[in-house]
Write a protein that binds this ligand. Structure first.
Ligand code: SAM
Length: 234
């Protein structure tokens, strides 16, 4: 468990530091950033580039399209940002382990993360082992760079930090927390375009409401994500 007197810290290594905090600077995450509940530092990889042009990439060994981020440049950027740093070092990568709510909870309970954002065709394989990078994917599709994936990861962690969601929710009933999708929500008006709120939700019977929510949660999971049921999914 991390020292909660210190803020949760995200250090991002990127060719586009101006993309941060971006959307994380508004709403709950932005308020928490301003309060010092978490901290963010976006560092320019190019500062460690080679030569007069601060070159960071080169052609792929063996030939082929595109460019590859150099291992020596990336290693220098990581060493400058996070040598002897206990935080996990993550590399956003479509080849990585898919990000899960379990991993998000574990990351948010720790001191923060050092996050490397790839670009081009990716990064030289040797720096992954050489600097102990954990590859993390946000889904089975390919983005242009790791920055948006890093924003997704940080948002999912920050909202779980103590005090960030305030009274809104503990997050414990949300989708994936118990290997189930969340039940449907309703609010006023009671009837809208011929569609009524299910009677049980207006009954005031908390036991019946809890049972209805559980049943709906099971139904939605069975219909949409049967892979989650009984899988002990993380
Ligand atoms: N050539 C790579 C491949 O086919 O696996 C794709 C490289 S992609 C154009 C450039 C960078 O975007 C990656 O190095 C990674 O940092 C980031 N990225 C793309 N898709 C991602 C995903 N689904 N999850 C996390 N990061 C992703």
């Amino acid at each position: 468990m991390a020292d909660r007197t210190a803020p949760w810290r995200a250090t991002i290594l990127t060719l586009y530091p101006e993309m941060f905090p971006g959307p994380l600077g508004i709403s709950l995450s932005g308020d928490a950033l301003a309060r010092g509940t978490w901290a963010l530092e976006a560092r320019q990889i190019r500062e460690h580039g080679i030569g007069r042009h601060r070159s960071v990439d080169d052609t792929p060994a063996g030939g082929g399209a595109g460019m590859v981020l150099r291992c020596d440049v990336l290693a220098a950027a990581i060493d400058a940002a996070a040598a002897d740093d206990p935080r996990p070092r993550l590399l956003m990568s479509p080849r990585g382990k898919p990000l899960s709510q379990t991993r998000v909870r574990a990351l948010s309970a720790g001191p923060g993360a050092v996050i490397v954002c790839g670009r081009f065709e990716g990064v030289d394989e040797r720096v992954i082992a050489g600097r102990g990078l954990e590859e993390v994917s946000i889904g089975d599709y390919v983005l242009s760079g790791g920055e948006i994936a890093a924003l997704v990861l940080i948002d999912s962690c920050v909202r779980l930090l103590p005090g960030v969601m305030g009274k809104i929710a503990s997050g414990e009933e949300e989708s994936f927390e118990s290997g189930r999708l969340e039940y449907p929500h309703y609010t006023r008006p009671r009837e809208w375009e011929g569609r009524a709120i299910p009677d049980v939700l207006n009954s005031g019977n908390h036991g019946a409401i809890a049972r209805w929510r559980e049943t709906e949660s099971e139904r939605l999971t069975r219909e949409r994500r049967p892979d989650l049921l009984g899988s002990g999914k993380d």
